[in-house]
Design a protein around this ligand. Structure first.
Ligand SMILES: NC(=O)c1ccc[n+]([C@@H]2O[C@H](COP(=O)([O-])OP(=O)(O)OC[C@H]3O[C@@H](n4cnc5c(N)ncnc54)[C@H](OP(=O)(O)O)[C@@H]3O)[C@@H](O)[C@H]2O)c1
Length: 344
């Protein structure tokens, strides 16, 4: 049934969001945006930062008025004035860094992907349960208002039977970027592809079959991958990611009754339209393209989970992250990509 209006996004009640004292591990590109969002768009406190280089930690601390600059993760974990740690290191450091945080008894928000593969992600889940701490993947789009509107439209059956998801995510990277570095689990799959595969799981659930083709890039990493997933309810996901070039980053969720067209980058803040299949009715989702300001939603949701004594997010559970990584494991198996850590 086509709705008369779009659903209202469900965000946590501000009164139910406790103020946490945060520490950051890996003060790089995304950590800078995280600090900006936390400082300007939440009531959370940012109290410590750690880097392999104390000087670098100090520079980041000076920029964001953070009280404590630590020369390594152990120094940060030894602090008893830190409630939550945000891991913003490269992909292959998420698992070892996340495990150290959990074993130190602290709550952890880990940048996407949660880990290199589903096996590592399951270990994180088990460790977090054993220590009774919150572990959450920072899949920022899943906490954003736009995704919650789409979540409600899907749950309400506003699109009818959904048969097709088409999405792409390609970005041009210069050869010096870590995405070309085999030592840092490079290739587009974990960086860009995690949004695509995550979105496919978000819309259609776990894939029941996967066909993938890859093309290598220089440096021994995958350069681009095309994927076809089928899902239990008959949906097909047609997905493509590349590190060679910019692509529009659009997505279409096509149902018998209506379709959603996300004509900006689907995973980022921006507009979408819901149009009935006969073309007679359209509803528009409009929002400012305030990009990384919207990291505030994952931060607030994490703090809300702590306030509710949860060790897993009801909005983006560890099982969801594990399903996504399982699908990416199968894609990598088919295109012949094995990460260094998996060779051990
Ligand atoms: N949510 C989003 O929109 C978004 C956007 C971009 C990236 N990400 C994710 O965030 C993570 C970090 O991405 P980024 O682009 O911010 O990375 P980055 O700036 O290249 O690196 C982040 C930090 O990781 C540490 N690091 C770099 N190389 C390392 C190495 N060889 N060994 C150990 N630590 C190393 C460095 O910290 P120190 O040298 O200070 O220790 C660095 O500041 C990635 O997993 C990515 O998928 C998410």
């Amino acid at each position: 049934m086509f709705p008369s209006t779009l659903p209202v996004p469900r965000l946590p009640d501000a009164k139910q969001i406790p103020v946490l004292r945060w520490g950051i591990v890996g003060p790089g590109w995304i950590a800078d945006h995280f600090a900006h969002a936390l400082r300007n768009h939440t009531d959370q406190q940012l109290v410590a930062v750690s880097s392999r280089s104390r000087d670098k930690a100090q520079r980041f601390a000076d920029k964001w008025s953070i009280a404590h600059a630590c020369g390594g993760i152990d120094e940060l974990l030894a602090r008893d004035d830190v409630d939550a740690i945000y891991i913003a290191t490269p992909h292959n450091h998420h698992f070892p860094d996340g495990l150290r945080v959990i074993e130190a008894g602290k709550n952890v928000l880990i940048e996407k992907p949660l880990a290199l593969n589903a096996g590592q992600a399951k270990q994180l889940k088990q460790a977090a349960a054993a220590r009774n701490v919150l572990c959450m993947e920072a899949m920022w789009c899943d906490f954003a208002p736009k995704y919650d509107v789409i979540r409600q439209l899907l749950d309400d059956g506003a699109l009818g039977d959904v048969h097709t998801l088409i999405a792409d995510h390609g970005e041009f990277f210069t050869p010096d970027h870590r995405i070309f570095n085999q030592e840092l689990a490079g290739g587009p799959m974990l960086d860009l592809g995690s949004y695509l595969v995550g979105f496919s799981v978000f819309v259609g659930g776990a894939p029941t079959s996967i066909v993938a083709k890859g093309q290598d890039a220089a440096g021994g990493v995958n350069g681009q991958t095309s994927m076809l997933f089928t899902h239990a309810q008959g949906m097909h996901s047609v997905l493509h990611t590349t590190l060679f070039s910019n692509t529009p980053g659009t997505a279409v969720i096509a149902g018998r009754g209506a379709s959603i067209v996300m004509d900006g980058q689907f995973y980022a803040p921006g507009h979408f339209r819901l149009t009935s299949s006969d073309g007679s009715r359209t509803l528009h989702w409009e929002e400012p393209n305030n990009r990384y300001d919207q990291l505030c939603h994952e931060i607030n949701h994490f703090a809300w989970c702590i306030g509710q004594n949860r060790i897993d997010s009801p909005r983006h559970s560890l099982d969801t992250a594990i399903l996504t990584l399982s699908a990416m494991d199968e894609v990598r198996k088919q295109i012949g990509i094995v990460f260094n850590e998996e060779l051990l």
